[in-house]
Design a protein around this ligand. Structure first.
Ligand code: DLL
Length: 432
């Protein structure tokens, strides 16, 4: 267990407000958001009309499910600026998804939205254990991706000394960590692993750096990977969640003191969980697709946005606001291999239990005749032999069959043979 304990810090009053206070605020903000979206966005006006709802029909959160969903497809159809609910001149910043498939999705922020974002992001970093005056090494990518600039603004707002490294140039990442002495690092968990490998290559003990907390997100990662990262780097590893459509990083954050899932900043982003197939609202505690309604965003409000992320909502602990469980995966990352559903996170849990394998892996989907095949590509751990890794690979294949119920081949490749990424790792390679 890492020894760092952050000094106490004052929270925003709403973080510990009563459930009633929070609900009253949400109700009022929801009414405003719906009115604003209806009056200023042709998309929402048409969508509400098609569903037969008037803004006045929704008095509060209790009636939210009368409104239609918003999907990624809606954003694509309105490319580039059609979802904006303010004149384009009032949009202070634009971000966009990489758009590897189809058109990118574009999101916009007013100056006020950027302030809100910096506030929720600062709140997230504080919950993660960051404090004013600390040096924060930000290795999330800067650019159209929301990670770099989003975390950056929040860290400045909190009062940290920000090192805006962005992703990539791994040798330099290690150099700057050694020279500047940051206590906080913000980066995807898989790129943190690559940085730790590079530390070892340079003869630096990853557990002996100045780092105390890693704020890891932008991709699914498991409790097992938390253990790996905490042990290897002697840091606290906490989870941060967000998505561009809703605002970017800072929608939900795990608290350092409990590490029990992510508190959703519900005063700005109202979460629902629905059945991914039928869209029916599910009660708290049930696993389904996360849906968000923004409560304060002006440039691009989102109403009941289908995230594609699978999780469940849980009661608050370290904060009164509800938690979401660590994300299992995305609906579109679910592998269906001969009728069995598999998430890469399930493979990660099993793979990390094998000490002879490195934590870098990919799931490759192929075809043999009419049948789908799943091959997990993995590497030997640096202090392991190829024979021991092959043996661990055979064990892993058996455990995948035994626990998940799917037949998978495990292919051991040379160290460095599994693709690396300086940001979000591509876990699934579809070769069919
Ligand atoms: O990934 C925003 C972000 C940046 C979050 C930095 C955290 C840290 P997008 O590129 O729009 O935005 O991707 C959003 O990434 O719908 C999830 O599928 C996934 N994702 C983000 N955070 C987590 C997380 C940023 N903590 C998509 N756990 C989301 C699992 C995550 N998946």
């Amino acid at each position: 267990m890492p020894s760092y304990q952050p000094p106490p810090a004052a929270l925003d009053p709403i973080e510990t407000a009563s459930a009633d206070e929070l609900r009253a605020l949400q109700d009022a903000r929801l009414r405003e958001t719906i009115r604003h979206a209806h009056d200023h966005s042709p998309h929402y006006r048409a969508a509400f009309a098609a569903a037969g709802v008037e803004p006045g029909d929704v008095g509060g959160i209790g009636e939210l499910s009368r409104l239609p969903f918003t999907t990624k497809e809606d954003l694509r159809r309105n490319y580039p600026f059609g979802m904006f609910a303010v004149p384009r001149e009032r949009v202070a910043r634009i971000h966009a998804s990489s758009g590897t498939t189809g058109r990118p999705t574009v999101v916009g922020y007013t100056a006020g939205d950027l302030r809100t974002w910096a506030e929720v992001m600062a709140r997230s970093l504080r919950a993660a254990g960051a404090r004013p005056g600390q040096i924060l090494h930000n290795a999330y990518g800067y650019g159209l991706f929301t990670g770099g600039l989003g975390v950056h603004a929040g860290a400045e707002h909190l009062g940290c000394t920000v090192v805006p490294v962005s992703g990539g140039l791994t040798e330099r990442q290690v150099r700057l960590i050694a020279d500047f002495g940051p206590e906080i690092i913000t980066v995807t968990p898989t790129y943190m692993l690559a940085i730790a490998d590079e530390m070892e290559r340079q003869g630096i003990d990853p557990a002996a750096t100045s780092l105390k907390v890693g704020v890891f997100g932008a991709e699914p990662w498991t409790g097992r990977l938390r253990e790996t990262l905490e042990e290897r780097l002697d840091i606290h590893a906490v989870d941060i969640y967000g998505l561009s459509e809703v605002i970017g990083p800072g929608v939900a954050q795990e608290c350092l003191e409990t590490k029990d899932g992510l508190h959703v900043w519900e005063d700005h982003f109202y979460p629902e969980v629905v059945d991914p197939g039928t869209g029916a609202l599910l009660p708290d505690g049930e696993l389904g697709e996360l849906v968000f309604t923004s409560l304060t965003k002006r440039a691009m409000p989102v109403i009941r946005y289908r995230t594609g992320d699978l999780t469940r909502l849980l009661p608050g602990t370290a904060r009164t606001m509800r938690r979401m469980e660590k994300i299992t995966g995305r609906t579109d990352d679910m592998l269906i291999v001969r009728g069995v559903n598999v998430f890469p996170t399930q493979i990660e849990e099993l793979l990390l239990a094998e000490a002879e394998l490195s934590p870098h892996f990919q799931c490759v989907l192929g075809k043999r005749g009419p049948l789908d095949t799943l091959t997990v590509t993995a590497e030997p751990a640096t202090d392991s032999t190829v024979d021991a890794a092959e043996e661990a690979g055979r064990r892993l294949a058996e455990r995948i069959k035994g626990t998940i119920g799917v037949t998978a081949a495990v292919r051991i490749v040379a160290v460095g043979g599994v693709e690396r990424s300086a940001g979000k790792m591509r876990r699934v390679v579809d070769e069919r």
